[in-house]
Design a protein around this ligand. Sequence first.
Ligand SMILES: [Zn+2]
Length: 387
Amino acid sequence: MRTFVGTFVFPETGEVNTGALVVEEGRVVAFEKKAPAKGERVALSGFVVPGLIDAHVHLSFSGGPDPVAEMEAEPKEATLLRAAGYLRAYLKAGVTAVRDLGSRDGMAVGLAYAVEKGLIPGPRVVAAGLVLTPTGGHGHRHGVEVDGPDAVRRAARGEFKRGARALKLMATGGVMTPGVEAGAPMFEEEELRAGAREAEKRGAPSAAHAQGLFGIKAALRAGVKTIEHGAFDRWDEEAFRLFKQKSALLVPTLAAPDGILRGEGVPAFMVEKTKKIAERHRENTLEAWRAGVTIAAGTDAGTPHNPHPNLARELELLAALGVPLEDVLRAATVHAARALGMEGAIGTLEPGAWADLAVLGENPLRTARAYRRVEAVFKAGTPLHPA
Ligand SMILES: [Zn+2]
């Protein structure tokens, strides 16, 4: 038994309480006013929050100006080694879980395995393996091209067979594939439904890359659990209603357009496409929050000038929009845990959860800058930073 004594911030209620978090075999068993007499005691200064979660990363992309070209120019082994380095950096930033939504050869599945087996240090990785996209669709150069519900079903089963724990489907076009219109529909609703169903059967989250409204609604109707980006057209009431009806989450990834527009050397076609959608993207995110849509924090880290880790930036951008700091914290903890299909197991300090903790130098309910000052990190009650 190990007891953590300090000031804890509870995301569900927004309460800040000083006391003792009792941990046994890596999991929280209780929160008490006073530490029990027996067992080891760890005193923490600062503000303790559940380990932070990034619900959308690409571990095989570097976050350089042109990550796809960079990756294609290097051997696969180099990509893998780079990704292992990013995992270490995530821990230092207080991020104890990530969801990878598409990697080179699906290698994030192997990284997830390596972390789980203790071969390399890193946050928990929930990996989607290869993305599924229609022939010639967004992300086709590094995904599986499939057409029709049967083919989607087979490919989804294949990804789960090799160890994926999430499924990524392309509901619309995107910024990073040349010649593909960003908001244009990709998979048909029946195809999305076939994929979402395969994920649901395994208790795994399905995620749709969806920018245009038509694709967003199709994905929601099809039962896809998380909508990634949501950047294009202005949303209507039906879209907000579908989100709530289906208990779906929005993962806006504000850090992605932010990086493309702020940095230099990004391929011109990406900058042009991003310019068209950036403003709408921010407005949609805020309007969705106002309408009661649940927002989970994800960065799309690995895309241009969107480095690993970049969750602090995403949280600053959400706060800058006007999302209250309580909801910013929820986005990176309880809500992101749902996006990973790990509700109750991570992203909370409630009994039964893994004792994944990030100790921040400032109160995150006072300033979003708090996420820049991570002083200590624990995973399942074990100190990982400083090691
Ligand atoms: Zn992405």
